[in-house]
Design a protein around this ligand. Structure first.
Ligand code: NAD
Length: 418
């Protein structure tokens, strides 16, 4: 590979927020920054936030609050996977606070619209899906923000009090069991128009067939999610999709897919070339299924798209998987591990590119810096893909003879330096 990345001076990495986590992914990211990024970039403009449980606990979660504020200001965020401690982990780590999900706080803090999760593809390497699969998971609402309680026999009333006007009885029911769990949640729909635009424009650019996934046949309250997509599609995208022949197999219209049917199609449609947009929880489940069909959670991207009050886009890039605890414990036992870093590194590439774009928009004199970031990130992607292509991939792809976590990182560093 041509050495397009060694410049006489290091490139100034544009400002972004770097959120670190813990366990195996934190270990791998530290190696990656040291071996792949530090030789080429000075990163003083990165703002670091340590989102480990210990630091969140020590700061009484001020670090989470500060990270959300910095992310909203800067607009480009890279995040390592983090742990939301269970009751047992709270004991194990000696935490004084019960810590909630940082991801939920970020999605709310950045007015999260969607979490986009796409398959990663390597030319010449066969993974689960032959062609791209694009996914939008609505970033807010549903079960994640539910209020609930356990109750006995009695009458359950759910009443809505509008800012103006009379209360509205949403539901009334008699509970006859002695032991019940009651749950209340809502689906905010204001940002689904933005979600639909984001979804259809991405599908159109990638030339894949879009499907909107709900269980609206039974869960009648999900009709709105579909109806907003359909309106946006018909008004803005239908003709463009039709002219590219992308509606030839859908009767010339946008297709709705029932969520349980979607679970089956994800296994059957291994040719890829489709996109799905779904509610928050359905999206969580279905994207894990996409990851499994596509060989490994290491081959999926995960980007949170939010909107600042002034309309500017906030983009947070992360891997779709967790902290890979099983490999971390193997590493602590002194055993070899093989972490596939592609999802993590696509997130680094995405956040660095978005940071460079924001910098360029604010100051056109940074064009050379922007070009350097673009060249380097493309070269990095090529170095990783070549490593997989030449049979030097991680074990989720290459089997037991595949490279270890550390050897894969060293091999890519060697390719970058050539
Ligand atoms: P996980 O995604 O970390 O791992 C699930 C399985 O997939 C494991 O067997 C793991 O070895 C494998 N795997 C995942 N990514 C891999 C990769 N890049 N290369 C090779 N193998 C890979 O999920 P988990 O084990 O359920 O969760 C571990 C921790 O991560 C938990 O504490 C959980 O709360 C946290 N978590 C965080 C996030 C996030 O921050 N976005 C998401 C999910 C889970």
């Amino acid at each position: 590979m041509a050495s397009t990345t060694r410049w006489a001076t290091k490139t100034q990495a544009p400002a972004m927020v770097y959120i670190s986590g813990e366990e195996m992914t934190n270990y791998a990211c530290e190696l990656i920054v040291k071996d792949w990024i530090d030789p080429y970039f000075s990163t003083e403009k990165w703002q670091h936030f340590d989102m480990s449980c210990k630091n969140r606990d020590n700061t009484d979660d001020k670090v989470l609050h500060d990270a959300v504020a910095a992310g909203a200001k800067i607009g480009a965020i890279f995040k390592e996977p983090t742990i939301t401690p269970t009751a047992e982990q709270k004991e194990e780590f000696g935490l004084k606070n019960s810590l909630g999900s940082p991801n939920g706080a970020m999605r709310r803090g950045w007015n999260g619209i969607t979490i986009s999760r796409d398959t990663i593809h390597i030319d010449g390497v066969e993974l689960g899906f032959k062609k791209p699969v694009l996914f939008e998971r609505h970033a807010v609402g549903g079960e994640y923000g539910a209020g609930w309680n356990t109750v006995g026999q009695g009458k359950l009333l759910t009443t809505f009090h509008p800012l103006k006007g009379d209360p509205i009885l949403v539901d009334s029911r008699d509970l006859e069991d002695e032991h019940n769990v009651v749950v209340v949640y809502h689906n905010p729909l204001d940002n689904v128009t933005d979600l639909a635009h984001h979804f259809f424009s991405r599908c159109l650019e990638a030339e894949v067939v879009p499907y909107v996934v709900t269980k609206k046949t039974v869960f009648k309250w999900q009709e709105g999610f579909w109806a907003i997509h359909k309106k946006v599609f018909d008004e803005h995208y239908k003709e463009a999709f039709a002219s590219k022949g992308l509606l030839d197999n859908t009767g010339g219209d946008l297709q709705h897919l029932i969520s349980d049917a979607a679970t089956m199609q994800i296994i059957r449609w291994t040719g890829g070339n489709f996109g799905m947009s779904a509610h928050n929880y359905d999206g969580d489940m279905l994207t894990d299924e996409v990851a499994q069909v596509h060989r490994s959670p290491g081959f999926i991207t995960s980007n949170l798209i939010g909107k600042r009050e002034d309309g500017a886009m906030i983009k947070e890039y992360e891997a779709s998987h967790g902290t890979v605890s099983d490999l971390w414990h193997a590493h602590l036992r002194g055993e070899e591990t093989s972490l596939n870093p592609l999802g993590l590194v696509e997130a680094m590439i995405g956040s660095m590119q978005h940071a460079a774009k924001l910098e360029l928009d604010a100051d056109p004199s940074t064009q050379e810096n922007y070009d350097r970031v673009m060249t380097w990130t493309v070269t990095l992607r090529k170095a990783m893909h070549n490593t997989f292509r030449y049979g030097q991939g991680t074990r989720d792809m290459s089997g037991p003879t595949g490279y270890t976590t550390e050897d894969f990182i060293k091999k890519v560093a060697w390719r970058l330096d050539r």
